[in-house]
Design a protein around this ligand. Structure first.
Ligand code: PMP
Length: 361
């Protein structure tokens, strides 16, 4: 087999090796089917079964109650930036957006095309180094919903707890941390996440929507952009991304086999702590996010100079540690350590960081 490197990319990201091996071994013909998952008709029973099983396993993994629908939609999380307001922000209504990074801003920009938007809080003046405190939120009790980004992939910050939003539905873009820790779905009206970080390959977006919100979609929405189309058709209104959903199914089964979300959260905490400990104990590395806001999933940090950061990225890449270059709006380094990212890879990075500091500090 070609040697695999440690992929620290913000996504698409590493998948569990066992899942890749299962995909590989069953790629020519699914057991008992005789056709590749890449070849099956979306009107076949097996396709229905794959989608229904993916839904059932996700419900089991996260304890999602029956009054929530699970949808597999294409178009990425970016399409949800538009679908959320098109379906949930009624004419004349307004929505609260809490701005904690670039993706929150993008979500807000799409909502502004649909209706009135209130920035309930933003930490942009601090270059998104933190999540706002509850007492900073200017929430409107009349808002149609409150939108948050649970984990800010670029800046490396993460909500530790949901904001208190009263009776207003909370909508979350959880693209970079869904199922990286337990989640109480009942606190949300709608959650969406592109699969390509924690859940599977690119090409499918998971949407979890509370039943009562479906009644809000206005008449006349384009069919494909109406959540009701996808709930009624059980995500097979048109040809769904069968392969991507199939891999999500395998990843979710793997998560359950690992011990579920509590166990995964503990592993993710341990992995992040290894990196945070190096950063906290050194003057050489400086974390971008403030400690009480920092993400367990995307660890962002700077070095003393851009020169050293370039060298760090070049040398780590050569050492089989790929994708560590930070986003240009933060600079420096970003280590993305999603669910399937192995602990050993973090250990290798920690050793590299210590040695790099010893020789360049
Ligand atoms: N939201 C967040 C938090 C993300 O990290 C990303 C992608 N990095 C997106 C939205 C956009 O996702 P997509 O590429 O699936 O549209």
């Amino acid at each position: 087999m070609t040697e695999r490197v440690y992929n620290f990319s913000p996504g698409p990201a590493m998948l569990p090796l066992l899942v890749l091996e299962e995909v590989q071994s069953d790629l020519l013909a699914l057991p008992g089917v005789g056709m590749s998952v890449l070849e099956i008709s979306h009107r076949s029973k097996i396709c229905e079964e794959i989608i229904a099983s993916a839904e059932a396993e996700i419900r089991m993994l996260a304890g999602i109650p029956d009054n929530y629908h699970l949808l597999f939609i294409q178009g990425g999380a970016s399409l949800q930036f538009s679908m959320v307001p098109m379906n949930l922000l009624p004419a004349g209504g307004k929505a609260d957006y809490i701005i904690t990074g670039s993706f929150s801003k993008k979500a807000m920009t799409e909502a502004q095309k649909v209706g009135q938007v209130n920035v309930a809080a933003t930490t942009e003046a601090h270059n998104f180094t933190r999540i706002p405190r509850q007492d900073e939120l200017k929430l409107d009790p009349e808002a149609a919903y409150v939108h948050i980004t649970t984990n800010n992939t670029i800046f490396g910050t993460q909500w530790k707890n949901e904001p208190e939003v009263g009776g207003v539905p909370l909508i979350a873009d959880a693209s970079s941390d869904l199922f990286s820790r337990p989640i109480d779905v009942t606190k949300y009206g709608l959650i969406y996440a592109g699969a390509q970080k924690n859940l599977g390959p690119a090409g499918v977006t998971l949407v979890i929507i509370r039943d009562d919100l479906l009644a809000r979609s206005p008449q006349g929405l384009p069919t494909m952009l109406d959540y009701n189309t996808h709930t009624k058709a059980k995500s097979i209104y048109n040809t769904p991304p069968v392969f991507a959903v199939y891999v999500v199914l395998l990843v979710v089964k793997w998560l359950i086999e690992q011990g579920g979300l509590e166990e995964i959260a503990q592993r993710n905490e341990e992995k992040a702590k290894l990196l945070h400990d190096v950063i906290d104990s050194s003057d050489f590395y400086r974390g971008h996010a403030l400690p009480d806001s920092r993400s367990l999933i995307n660890v962002t940090f700077r070095l003393p100079s851009e020169e050293l950061e370039k060298q760090f990225v070049n040398e780590t890449t050569q050492a089989g540690l790929d994708g560590l270059k930070g986003h240009r709006s933060v600079g420096g380094i970003r280590a993305s350590i999603y669910n399937a990212f192995p602990r050993e890879g973090v250990d290798v990075l920690v050793s590299f960081m210590k040695e790099f500091e010893r020789t360049h500090g």
